[in-house]
Write a protein of this length. Structure first.
Length: 113
């Protein structure tokens, strides 16, 4: 059974940093692209960052130069380093694997002004 578990969310002041982690089990981690998505209250879930098997990355325009996605295949973990956080980054953040398509349960990030 494939499982993704996020951690690292919390409350932070604007301008601060957080690092989210997503640990996978039951999955060949090195064989799948991984993404971070977020969903703010009343809004649709949106892609924040993606990292391919080969390490190619892409980011939403709103987080470019502030967020960094990385992966450690040996640890079956993908990370999202979030710097210079803004109140508009407040959302539930979800980890997603492409193959098989699987969502984590989410971790809440709240940025106070």
């Amino acid at each position: 059974q494939v499982q993704l578990v996020e951690s690292g969310g919390g409350l932070v002041q604007a301008g601060g940093s957080l690092r989210l982690s997503c640990a996978g089990s039951g999955i060949i981690f090195s064989s799948t692209g991984m993404g971070w998505y977020r969903q703010a209250p009343g809004k649709q879930r949106e892609l924040v960052a993606f990292i391919s098997v080969g390490g190619f990355t892409l980011y939403a325009d709103s987080v470019k130069d502030r967020f960094t996605i990385s992966r450690d295949n040996a640890k079956n973990t993908v990370y999202l380093q979030m710097n210079s956080l803004k109140p508009e980054d407040t959302a539930d953040y979800y980890c997603h694997s492409r193959c098989p398509p699987t969502w984590g349960q989410g971790t809440q990030v709240t940025v106070s002004s």
